[in-house]
Write a protein that binds this ligand. Structure first.
Ligand SMILES: Nc1ncnc2c1ncn2[C@@H]1O[C@H](COP(=O)(O)OP(=O)(O)O)[C@@H](O)[C@H]1O
Ligand SMILES: [Mg+2]
Length: 145
């Protein structure tokens, strides 16, 4: 487990972009943290790190935002950014077809509110927990195995 302190939105985004540069295809990043912690800020930074240049809207209503990634060196073809806030549990998630996204080995998955589908998260999930410390100060913990 590693812990870093972020002192601004930009620092969180930069940290996420750095992680993205070494991410392997298929990896699922579970983004834990309360409302306003910075999960979406992290996700945007991560997407930028993978070379996404257009707008990165919040998937609050769409549940999933999909991005085409062209990183031949990393062999990553897609990025799925999901927000499961409106999904009550894994049965609901499976009903909407989440397994199709989870099973995509060429894609990186970023999931906000992963607690909703705790029972079906793969065992090699990378858990990232963002905690609100002060106005612009956040603690980011992650398992980096
Ligand atoms: N160090 C920081 N890291 C991330 N966000 C921060 C930080 N400091 C302040 N913020 C603010 O906190 C909010 C985080 O929002 P968001 O990423 O949408 O949260 P979540 O997706 O976890 O609900 C943004 O308004 C952002 O500007
Ligand atoms: Mg969010």
């Amino acid at each position: 487990m590693k812990t870093i302190i972020s002192n601004s939105e930009d620092e969180t985004a930069k940290f996420a972009a750095d992680i993205a540069k070494f991410a392997k295809p298929g990896t699922l990043f579970a983004l834990h943290g309360s409302l306003g912690a910075g999960k979406s800020v992290f996700s945007r930074g991560f997407a930028r790190g993978l070379g996404v240049t257009g707008s990165i809207p919040s998937p609050t209503f769409t549940i999933v935002q999909e991005y085409k990634i062209d990183r031949r060196k990393q062999k990553i073809k897609r990025l799925y950014h999901m927000d499961l806030y409106r999904i009550p549990d894994s049965n609901n998630a499976l009903a909407f077809g989440i397994d199709e996204y989870l099973d995509d080995c060429d894609a990186i998955k970023l999931i906000e509110w992963p607690e909703r589908i705790e029972e079906i998260l793969p065992s090699d999930t990378v858990h990232i927990t963002i905690s609100h410390l002060e106005e612009e100060k956040r603690e980011i913990k992650y398992n980096d195995n």
